[in-house]
Design a protein around this ligand. Sequence first.
Ligand SMILES: [Zn+2]
Length: 77
Amino acid sequence: MPSQSSVQSMMRAIAATRQIEIGCDECFEQLDRFVDLKIAGENVEEALPLVWQHLERCNDCREEFELLLSMLEAAAP
Ligand SMILES: [Zn+2]
């Protein structure tokens, strides 16, 4: 049997991964802002954690993000 404290830390880990997740539509809506912040050198993981999380697990949105990022970086002076 796991000890009481390891159960508690397991529960915390589960709670931490059970944050509200966003879908592709919401991710896409915030992607412009996400890319802007990224280019500005902001900590996007903290600024838009839900978008970040979505990009981590969704290949489609990640490709879209990388495309957008490369376009804007190419356009930047
Ligand atoms: Zn997606």
